[in-house]
Design a protein around this ligand. Structure first.
Ligand SMILES: [Zn+2]
Ligand SMILES: [Zn+2]
Length: 346
């Protein structure tokens, strides 16, 4: 077995390939060999200095690979199984036990997957990890690791679309056509919705159309709220999903809602400044505001099924692929604007 190489962020804009100890597995764990790891916004923000969880940091929560050893008490997995490892759901707390694992009380306290001195977010930028078996999802024997590395972002959107309770014939507006907006478009279409995308960038609007958007709107040249009203016989949208971080979008997002409309606060926000909401209008129009952050175990499992069945075009969301030795190129590319996902072969 080869050594356990890991791509570590040691400071802003600084990566090192370090040798970590090979993890020892407990009775309920598997030894997991990572093949593909995708760079999520969190790695990009740590690398660029926009977020600081402390250094050194081992990221990589979007990953796919193979089980290469199993503990004595593992029943569901065997050596050679292809899998993805989800974030560190403890499996013990009230939230994990009620399908609300995105609020797991112990995810950051979860047992370390590898001996590493700093914070670990997922850990898939290391070659080998010890992962509790309940944190895995099986993927098919012929799985494309690069596609399944994107299970977590797809699962975030599965969770979001499920919380929005999208139904046949609903009008859904997706604000922002980055990767998360695109996945929302595809999933809303699978749920039978009519999907309108509001996005300033022309290339992204075209891509949104390829992903199935029925109409795209450019809010930099037209009044997006008026356009949504026009497209819906003055009614508004049943669901509005905000996938951008700019707080100034909220008045428009609320303005697009039909009576009984559901507004999904999907994207994290650049600012913690409160946003004014007309609570009387919320009351009289029976609006709902729904927060959603990261996936649950259940949404991860559903996402693996969607990818396995070829129901979401994951290839369309991959910008570029890199070998570990070119990790700096991968992080630089991932951190540049208007980039979809960059994959590193670990
Ligand atoms: Zn992610
Ligand atoms: Zn938990």
């Amino acid at each position: 077995m080869s050594e356990n190489k890991a791509i570590v962020v040691t400071a802003v804009k600084t990566l090192e390939i370090q040798d970590l100890e090979m993890p020892k597995i407990g009775p309920n764990e598997v030894l997991y060999e990572v093949h593909s790891c995708s760079l999520c916004t969190v790695e990009q923000r740590v690398y660029s200095g926009a977020k600081n969880f402390g250094f050194p940091l081992l990221g990589g929560h979007e990953n796919a690979g193979v089980v290469i050893a199993v503990g004595d008490d593992v029943r569901e997995y065997k050596v050679g199984d292809k899998v993805i490892a989800t974030l560190g759901y403890c499996g013990e707390c009230e939230y994990c036990k009620t399908g609300k694992g995105s609020s797991c009380k112990n995810s950051m306290k979860a047992k370390k997957r590898v001996n590493f001195p700093g914070p670990i977010i997922g850990g898939g930028l290391a070659k080998y990890l010890a992962v509790p078996s309940w944190q895995l999802c099986k993927i098919p024997d012929n799985a494309n690791f690069d596609h399944f590395a994107l299970t977590e972002p797809l699962a975030c959107c599965v969770h979001s679309i499920e919380k929005a309770r999208v139904e046949f014939g609903d009008v859904v507006v997706v604000i922002g056509a980055g990767i998360m907006g695109m996945l929302h478009v595809r999933l809303a279409k699978l749920k039978g919705a009519y999907v309108i995308v509001s996005e300033v960038d022309q290339a992204r609007r075209l891509k949104a159309t390829e992903m199935g958007a029925d109409v795209t709107v450019d809010p930099s040249t037209e009044d997006a709220v008026a356009r949504i009203k026009e497209l819906t016989n003055n009614k508004g949208a049943d669901v509005v999903i905000n996938a951008i971080a700019t707080p100034k979008i909220w008045p428009d997002a609320i303005g697009m809602l039909a009576p009984y409309g559901r507004l999904v606060a999907y994207s994290s926000q650049d600012s913690k400044e409160p946003v004014g909401v007309d609570m009387d209008k919320l009351h009289s129009k029976e609006y709902e505001i729904i927060g959603t952050v990261s996936p649950t175990m259940e949404s991860n499992l559903r996402a693996t099924k969607l990818i396995a069945l070829g129901m979401v075009d994951m290839e369309a969301l991959i910008d570029s692929r890199y070998e570990s030795a070119d990790c700096t190129k991968a992080f630089d590319r991932a951190s540049s604007p208007n980039t979809y996902r960059c994959i590193i072969h670990i």
